[in-house]
Design a protein around this ligand. Sequence first.
Ligand SMILES: Nc1ncnc2c1ncn2[C@@H]1O[C@H](COP(=O)(O)OP(=O)(O)OP(=O)(O)O)[C@@H](O)[C@H]1O
Length: 250
Amino acid sequence: MTTRGEPAPSPLTLEHLNKGFGEERILNDISLTIYDKETTAVLGRSGSGKTTLLKIIAGLESRDSGHIREGARDIAAEPPQKRGFVYLYQEPLLLPHLNLYENIAFGLRLQRRPAAEIEERVTAMIEELGLNGHRHKMPNELSGGQRQRVAFGRALIVHPRLLLLDEPFSSLDGEIRTRMQLLYKRVARRFQITALFVTHDLKEALLMGDRFAVIEDGRLTAYPDRRAFMMDPRSGVSAEKAFWENLEMD
Ligand SMILES: Nc1ncnc2c1ncn2[C@@H]1O[C@H](COP(=O)(O)OP(=O)(O)OP(=O)(O)O)[C@@H](O)[C@H]1O
């Protein structure tokens, strides 16, 4: 786990990861560098292997072959709790018997941080997430978007080495989804988050990512920059553009 003020750790690299379930090949020779303090967006259709990839990185699923390196160290065999990664699902997982404040404070209490520090950091996080006025509410008294913000707060407050985001906004729609995306960008910058963000939504990938990759049938293509991603037909940007350009007005 990293804290602010420490020297930047080495980037994480995935090298030649392979995974199959029975006869089905799910991940095919996946290599990717996850750069520090950046969000790498991975765009992929349903069933392309996004969740499997995140679970392998989190240590919740085994790989058949390949490496996950942090500098020279291969962490692919380490248990999930040793990796210092946090995996956020589509549905925010909160502790139902704890209020909003205590849900966010939970990781710091586990780390036995001093009470004054916990109070200061949790209060600052609640402020950052725009949840002032809700701190005593229980999870079942919060809206879906508020619960998702609490889940972010819980994850970010422990300064995870890597945040694994599995379509975290897909259960939200319309304006609240856009607001969450913008909030994520702001908070990721402020807390210097290193994240891998998987989504099937092209606009979301473009908005969330600093770096980009596409996964198609378990094969991953990483791009040097946004332009290269947008120029590749696999991103779907050109198809989207053509759709709007060719739309009849009447
Ligand atoms: N435990 C499992 N046993 C067998 N097959 C599995 C298992 N987990 C996933 N798969 C298969 O692996 C493929 C990729 O699944 P995965 O959940 O990684 O896709 P995804 O890109 O996250 O999809 P979605 O966007 O729909 O969540 C699918 O064909 C799925 O059926």
